[in-house]
Design a protein around this ligand. Structure first.
Ligand code: F6R
Length: 593
């Protein structure tokens, strides 16, 4: 939800670099963009629209000043329009501010400031911040002091960066419950919501904690605690390359990321020893597992439940992070609570993690190193997918599944599962080689209004994830059901020509799901199947089929059978003229509850 960047550069103009950095965060928000620089006055350019549209009309990179801030917006308070776009200022343009998060008490602060004579222009919660900063600067504080006082008043989640016309070449930033990293380059210093923004300029990263104040100046970075004491922070070097955050010849990041899934899995398999160590520490101390996650990460968790319960026999629940509080009082010190989040910054998940930390051992499975979840959980497994820019999770999903399969396989000492897992990258490579069949299907079904996805057992989460991918990037209604549940209600919706995607790998559920296929077929549905090359009965009954290596059984299907469904959604989005990387109303990292 929104991306922010700030920089101070010793030898360069800030605006072109801010534009380059913020363009790498467009996955976080793309309804407006704005940049502010300081050259003894505040220069601002901003407008509604994607970066490419706004830059064409405003020439964002053409501004003086060697320090500045930038923002991409995903609207929470106030429509996406020019006035509500960040950066926001006070009426005298003393300061400019960018903000990611929500100021929960902004209405009372706004009323108070209006009664003191401040004039507000926008409908945003953010605008109270520049007004507070200006008020405290007028009372005699510098920008740093004003920021400290401001964060003692505002409540909610925030990452903020600010510049002031009276304090040349300085950016002050802070965070609470929204992500912010500090990048230390050669004679150039950055803050950003996420590392892809600054990969090209800085590899040394500092992760500020809640309430710490970051000061970027020409000669370096200082980080202070809330009492003004300088803190020595650890510097971590990231191994992601700038190319990882580029499309590298693909039309969209989503397609690139689907094609990187074999590598993402191979890299995540290297977490095996780390996972073994965690299991050795917790195994004897737990009698229950609870997964907590949102969206696609929730679907990965559901697969985890099926694996752990069937292979290790440990009772395992899966809870949506936003609904977690209703289950929290059943936790105790014998529960291992596993949080799955590609970003490690999802507000609902972090809130649940803080609660679980009070009673239970916690483990976070996270893709973004240094993110909040990695710093708050007792144990961490890093999925090694590399940066994922497309809003729809693809390679991070299969990497999460890889970590879960490793966890379940090692926990249950099931070597057979681990052997099957090793073959998955090759299966995926084979599956993505030729998408022509999927492209034909996407042309055929592009006008459908409703899709149904069904699967049983391990294939049920595949059906849910396939349907989520469809709705988020094509805006076509897609619903995933446990195949056995159809006849308990949803079957009433099946009619002539309705596409039903049947996920049907070989395995113990095959016969039963075939009967469910017959049920929809006899009501006129168009059956699109994903199944084994050797499955003659399935081939005969399907209107369209994506055939998969017959070695892949139902237990390993969640991490492989999802691939054609990702591709089907992708090509349908293209057919329907949608941008799969930037679906409407969505953002990659949901830092509000
Ligand atoms: C869908 C998608 C979302 C995320 C969800 C949780 O493609 O990406 O459903 O899975 O917002 O995000 P993380 O995993 O970052 O906690």
């Amino acid at each position: 939800m929104c991306g922010i960047v700030g920089c101070v550069l010793k030898h360069k103009k800030a605006a072109p670099i801010l534009l380059d950095c913020i363009s790498k965060l467009e996955y976080r928000g793309y309804d407006s963009i704005g940049i502010a620089t300081e050259d003894s006055k505040i220069n601002i350019k901003k407008d509604k629209g994607k970066i490419i549209e706004v830059n064409t009309s405003l020439d964002l990179a053409d501004m003086e000043g060697q320090s500045g801030i930038a923002h991409v917006r995903w609207a929470t308070h106030g429509d996406p329009n020019k006035i509500n776009s960040h950066p926001h200022t006070d009426e005298n343009k003393t300061v400019a501010v960018v903000h990611n998060g929500i100021i929960e008490n902004y209405l009372e602060i706004k009323e108070q400031l209006i009664s003191e004579g401040h004039n507000f222009k926008s409908d945003t919660d953010t605008e109270v911040i520049p007004h507070l900063l200006e008020k405290f600067i007028k009372e005699g504080l510098d920008l740093e002091g004003a920021m400290k006082k401001t964060i003692s008043i505002i409540q909610g989640a925030y990452a903020i960066a600010a510049i002031c016309k009276n304090e040349p070449n300085k950016v002050i930033a802070t965070r609470k419950d929204s992500p912010l990293i500090v990048g230390v380059g050669k004679d150039e210093y950055f803050v950003a919501s996420d590392s892809p923004a600054i990969l090209k300029y800085a590899k040394d990263i500092i992760y500020p904690e809640r309430g710490e104040i970051v000061i970027l100046e020409m000669n370096g970075v200082t980080i202070k605690d809330i009492n003004g004491n300088i803190i020595e922070k650890e510097i971590e070097t990231i191994d992601w390359t700038p190319e990882m955050a580029e499309k590298e010849g693909y039309d969209y990041f989503m397609l690139k990321e689907i094609n990187e899934q074999d590598i993402a899995i191979r890299n995540t398999l290297t977490e095996k020893n780390n996972i073994k160590k965690i299991i050795d520490e917790v195994k004897c101390a737990i009698n229950r597992i609870m997964f907590v996650a949102c969206g696609t990460s929730y679907h990965a968790s559901l697969t985890g439940k099926y694996l752990i319960e069937s292979l290790a026999g440990i009772p395992t629940d899966v809870v949506l992070a936003s609904e977690f509080k209703y289950s929290a009082n059943t936790l105790n010190d014998k529960t291992l609570v596993i949080f799955i989040s590609q970003s490690g910054e999802t507000a609902d998940t972090l809130k649940a993690l803080d609660i679980a930390n009070k009673t239970s051992k916690t483990l976070a499975i996270v893709n973004v190193a240094g993110s909040s979840a990695t710093r708050r959980a007792d144990y961490v497994i890093h999925t090694q997918a590399g940066p994922e820019i497309g809003v729809a999770a693809t390679k991070t999903y299969v990497s999460q599944l890889t970590a879960i399969y490793l966890f379940a396989g090692l926990l249950s000492e099931n070597d057979d599962l681990l052997t099957k897992l090793k073959k998955v990258p090759d299966y995926i490579k084979e599956m993505i080689k030729d998408p022509s069949n999927i492209i034909t299907m996407s042309k055929k079904y592009k006008y459908a209004d409703d899709f149904f996805y069904i699967g049983r057992g391990f294939s049920y989460p595949i059906a849910l994830e396939g349907a989520l991918k469809l709705k988020e990037i094509t805006y076509v209604h897609g619903e995933g059901y446990a195949a056995g549940e159809l006849k308990h209600g949803p079957l009433a919706l099946i009619d002539e020509g309705i596409p039903v995607v049947v996920v049907l790998p070989p395995g113990e559920n095959h016969k039963k799901t075939m009967s469910n296929l017959e049920e929809v077929k006899s009501r006129g549905a168009d059956v699109i199947s994903i199944g084994s090359m050797d499955d003659k009965p399935l081939i005969d009954k399907s209107d369209d089929i994506f055939l998969i290596n017959s070695e892949i059984d139902d237990i390993i299907a969640p991490i492989t059978y999802i691939v054609p469904l990702q591709l089907l959604s992708y090509y349908m989005a293209i057919e329907r003229g949608c941008d799969p990387d930037k679906p409407k109303n969505l953002a990659k990292c949901v830092t509000v509850e």
